[in-house]
Design a binder for this molecule. Sequence first.
Ligand SMILES: Nc1ncnc2c1ncn2[C@@H]1O[C@H](COP(=O)(O)OP(=O)(O)OP(=O)(O)O)[C@@H](O)[C@H]1O
Ligand SMILES: [Mg+2]
Length: 290
Amino acid sequence: MSTMDDPAMEDPMFQVGHSDGGTPDQRAVAGELSRAELAATREEHARLAEGALVRADELVAGYVPGVNILNGCDFYLQDGELVGIIGPNGAGKSTLLKTLFGLIPVRSGTVSLRGEDITSAPAHRLVSLGVGYVPQNNNVFPSLTIEENMQMGAYLRPKVFRERFDYVADLFPLLGERRKIKAGSLSGGERQMVAMGRALMMEPSVLLLDEPSAGLSPAYQDEVFIRCRRINATGVSIIMVEQNARRCLQICDRGYVLDQGRNAYTDTGESLMHDPKVIELYLGTLAKAH
Ligand SMILES: Nc1ncnc2c1ncn2[C@@H]1O[C@H](COP(=O)(O)OP(=O)(O)OP(=O)(O)O)[C@@H](O)[C@H]1O
Ligand SMILES: [Mg+2]
């Protein structure tokens, strides 16, 4: 799409930065936008998202007729990246993940995987294309054992169960040690591991994680972040929504700040942590103290 089709580009504030080209940094200096705000504009998104593994363009989606929760959201994930999504409550973070996974009706915009259109594709097709999704809640079968939960995860490929279970048990030794225990008797942190393990049984190339550290003790939270990095190091690209914004930005390659259903800022995790506006609006006084 040409940038001229985008009403936002008629805004004089955007035109300061776009009149004479230049790098995002040069344009950020020339205009009012910070580097992370510029990167979140449609033009920069279109440029940076080239060749992405997962890509969403101008997504508009919602639950109730007439009420849009995503309002033209752009997003991309390059192969091998760990991308974090943070933002205030109700910003649409979970809705974005659900929309990427085809669970919410898309009113306009597109989602693609390796260049293939997967907008509103059913979950089973996405799973077979290598997308794993771990929702925030109710993400294990409590009456089944850990091992049975893993079998449910590998239902499309029963022959590789043993090999995949070994991989998962290597990442989460507890799941191997306690394989005969019912998932319902586990703590929140342990259940989170079961949920992630189950998604990994299908050997996904992309994992969508909704608040993997929510409700866990600080020690378990750290554990989850470390595991996510390890999973990513084994070649799984990850999209992670997190309440624990600072920790998320510390470990992710790139982050998005979502606000009112749009990507408001995007940059490396490190840069976002030091962006004055992001600190002011989303990281709070805790971040200022560091
Ligand atoms: N099933 C639903 N039906 C109707 N509205 C919903 C539904 N789920 C979420 N919403 C609304 O969509 C908006 C965005 O919700 P969403 O869960 O995506 O936010 P979030 O950024 O994940 O917030 P949180 O940080 O609280 O998890 C909210 O206003 C919420 O009330
Ligand atoms: Mg949420």
